[in-house]
Design a protein around this ligand. Structure first.
Ligand SMILES: [Zn+2]
Length: 414
């Protein structure tokens, strides 16, 4: 007996393939969970046995990748939770809800920037991969480790680990064994946690080296929060793969990142700071408080660091600490707009960062409309390469496909 995988043919679409070249009218054939073929308008593909989805000129593009996801941060669009701590049962369910909501908004992949539950994301990722729960492809993280209590990491969720070198190594090995894709450390603190926090280093060079060594031995990725210049350098020196914020990166830090640009990813996370600086007044964070929390100066610094690293060829990716009441999960596509507005990206460059570069971050054949790649696709009303804000309106997402299946189905025609 032979099984033929389901075939879906998109016709009359304008393809943005994620590579950064201009959109082109064409057809795309999906077979099973992969893109089988991509054709320009002058050619047409064999549609035998395929269901046809007529795009009527809509844009077909890769699904979005959220590079700095916090699915355990409770607040989402339409569901404000005024706390980071929740009872564990509600917290896990809220995390699963957030995963579905993120996919509903066109993000077919999420790279975690830290969890508030030790095995929440590992368990959730496994359920999603097994097809039992809706959600984006997920690179699951451990809890973000730093000073205990920071980020509201609830004591009962926290993995006890000794702070000596052996304890750190044991922790990394244990989380790798538990199935984490990435282990997150706060190499520096943050103005949002305490005044002057951004310059406080939370791990010594020796500790970071032990963590890096163990991660290589255990075959697990490292991610970190790094604000101070020295925290960024510590991350680069010790093999951290994904570095967040880099707010105070100095010339030496920028040079070090550039030298490792094929190994590292950088997700600055402008979304939270922008929301804090401009949109959080009704949540009790007025202009004065936003300044005290470093949101205004942080954004100004980011506006220097991000364009510079982009120019030097470092992979800078959107994703902005969504999950706070004033920066809820579901608004994530707003980060693309911030890349354009604050960092001088063209809309197409912001889209490449959220798709093709996101695929590299996920380390999967993702983020491009390309034969052989996994079929994570969005059918978008309008042209996001001229206006990325289109992606913030769910009604413009006519179809969301993940792994060859419609999470949101378009009207089918024959
Ligand atoms: Zn974060």
């Amino acid at each position: 007996m032979t099984f033929s995988a389901e075939r879906i043919l998109f016709t009359d679409v304008v393809v943005f393939d994620g590579s950064g070249t201009d959109r082109f009218p064409g057809q795309v054939l999906v077979e099973g969970n992969r893109i089988r073929a991509v054709a320009r308008a002058s050619e047409s593909l064999d549609s035998t046995g395929a269901r046809t989805v007529r795009g009527n000129g809509a844009t077909l593009m890769p699904g979005l990748v959220e590079a700095h996801a916090h699915l355990t941060w409770p607040s989402s669009v339409g569901n404000v939770v005024n706390a980071m701590r929740m009872p564990v049962e509600e917290h896990l369910l809220t995390t699963a809800y957030n995963a579905r909501l993120l996919l509903d908004h066109g993000f077919t992949s999420a790279y975690s920037a830290g969890s508030l539950g030790e095995r929440f994301e590992i368990a959730l990722r496994n359920e999603i991969n097994a097809g039992r729960m809706p959600g984006p492809r997920l690179r699951a993280s451990s809890i973000e480790k730093g000073a205990e209590g920071v980020m509201g990491v609830p004591g009962s969720h926290d993995a006890a680990h000794a702070r000596d070198l052996q304890g750190l190594r044991a922790y990394v090995a244990k989380m790798a064994e538990a199935g984490a894709d990435s282990i997150k450390f706060l190499l520096s603190s943050d103005e949002g946690f305490q005044p002057g926090g951004a310059q406080m280093l939370l791990y010594s060079e020796e500790e970071a080296a032990a963590i890096g060594e163990q991660a290589r031995e255990s075959g697990v990725w490292l991610a970190c929060h790094a604000q101070a210049a020295e925290a960024v350098k510590r991350a680069v020196r010790n093999g951290f793969r994904c570095i967040f914020h880099c707010t105070y990166a100095d010339e030496e830090a920028l040079d070090m990142m550039e030298a490792k640009k094929h190994d590292i990813f950088f997700a600055p996370a402008p979304g939270l700071l922008y929301a804090r600086a401009h949109e959080a007044a009704s949540f009790g964070i007025g202009p004065e408080q936003a300044r005290r929390m470093g949101a205004v100066s942080g954004l100004e610094l980011m506006q220097k660091v991000c364009p510079e690293l982009h120019k030097r060829g470092v992979r800078v990716l959107p994703g902005g600490d969504y999950g706070f009441p004033y920066n809820p999960i579901g608004r994530n596509a707003r980060d693309l707009e911030l890349f354009v507005k604050l960092f001088g990206y063209t809309p197409a460059q912001a889209l490449v960062a959220a798709t093709a570069l996101g695929g590299e971050l996920m380390d999967m054949e993702l983020g491009q409309v390309r034969a052989g790649f996994l079929a994570d696709l969005l059918l978008v009303e309008g042209d996001p390469t001229s206006d990325v804000t289109l992606l913030q309106d769910q009604s413009n997402l006519r179809a969301i496909m993940k792994d060859g299946r419609f999470h949101k189905a378009p009207a089918l025609e024959h």
